[in-house]
Design a protein around this ligand. Structure first.
Ligand SMILES: *[C@@H]1O[C@H](CO)[C@@H](O)[C@H](O)[C@H]1NC(C)=O
Ligand SMILES: *[C@@H]1O[C@H](CO)[C@@H](O)[C@H](O)[C@H]1NC(C)=O
Length: 179
C-alpha cells in the first residue's frame, strides 16, 4: 500500500473513531428521604474516575420491611435553557418487575445496565436491616448508546420511590452525553 492510501485510511478511522467515541459524565445527584422511619441515606455521591468519567453511588439503610415498592420515574432533556419531558414517564412496580422482567421492556433494558452495580435485584420482600445500594455505577457507554441512540446533550432522571404505598425516597440525577 502506498503512503497516501495509508494516510486516507488513517483519516477515515480517526473520523470514525471520533464519531463513535461518545462519553458521559454525571452532573448532579440529589437524594432526599421522605420517610426517615423507613430509610436512611448513607451515601449519595458522584466520584471522579478520571478527567472524562465519573461514577455514582447511592446507599440506603432500610429500617422497615418492604413488601411493595413502586418507582415513578421520568426522563428530561435540557433544551433551550430549560428541562423538558423526554421519551419516558412511568410508574413501575419493582416487585412485579423482578417476577417477570421480560414483560417490562424499557425498564428491563435500563436495569440490564445497572444489574452489575446493585443489590436491588430480587422481588419483595426487602427486609428491615438490609442495605440497598447502587454502587460505583458507570454505564456501559457503547451499550447505552447502542440501545438509546440519543443526541449529545444533558439528560435528567427524576424518581420518586414508594414503599408499602407511602413515599420513601426521591432520587434525581443528571448526565451529560458528549463526544
Ligand atoms: C427532584 O426533582 C423534582 C422535580 O421533578 C423536584 O420537585 C424535587 O425537589 C427534586 N428532588 C431532589 C431531592 O432534588
Ligand atoms: C443480587 O445482588 C447480590 C449482591 O450483589 C448478589 O450477591 C446476588 O447474587 C444477586 N442476586 C441475583 C438474583 O442476581
Amino acid at each position: 500500500m502506498t503512503a497516501p492510501h495509508k494516510l486516507i485510511i488513517c483519516l477515515i478511522c480517526l473520523t470514525h473513531f471520533g464519531f463513535t467515541q461518545a462519553s458521559y459524565k454525571f452532573n448532579s445527584l440529589h437524594c432526599s428521604v421522605a420517610s426517615p422511619e423507613v430509610g436512611k441515606i448513607n451515601v449519595c455521591e458522584i466520584k471522579a474516575i478520571d478527567r472524562y468519567h465519573n461514577k455514582l453511588s447511592v446507599e440506603m439503610d432500610l429500617k422497615k420491611t418492604l413488601t411493595q415498592i413502586e418507582i415513578h420515574f421520568k426522563m428530561l432533556k435540557r433544551e433551550s435553557g430549560g428541562w423538558h419531558p423526554f421519551f419516558y414517564d412511568m410508574k413501575m412496580d419493582v416487585c412485579k418487575f423482578f417476577q417477570n422482567k421480560r414483560s417490562f421492556f424499557i425498564p428491563n433494558i435500563i436495569y440490564s445496565f445497572m444489574k452489575p452495580f446493585t443489590n436491588l435485584n430480587h422481588t419483595c420482600p426487602y427486609l428491615a436491616g438490609s442495605v440497598l445500594r447502587l454502587w460505583e455505577f458507570t454505564p456501559n457507554e457503547k451499550g447505552v448508546l447502542g440501545v438509546f441512540p440519543v443526541d449529545h446533550g444533558q439528560y435528567a432522571l427524576h424518581s420518586d420511590w414508594y414503599g408499602n404505598k407511602a413515599p420513601i425516597l426521591e432520587l434525581n440525577g443528571s448526565v451529560l452525553f458528549y463526544k
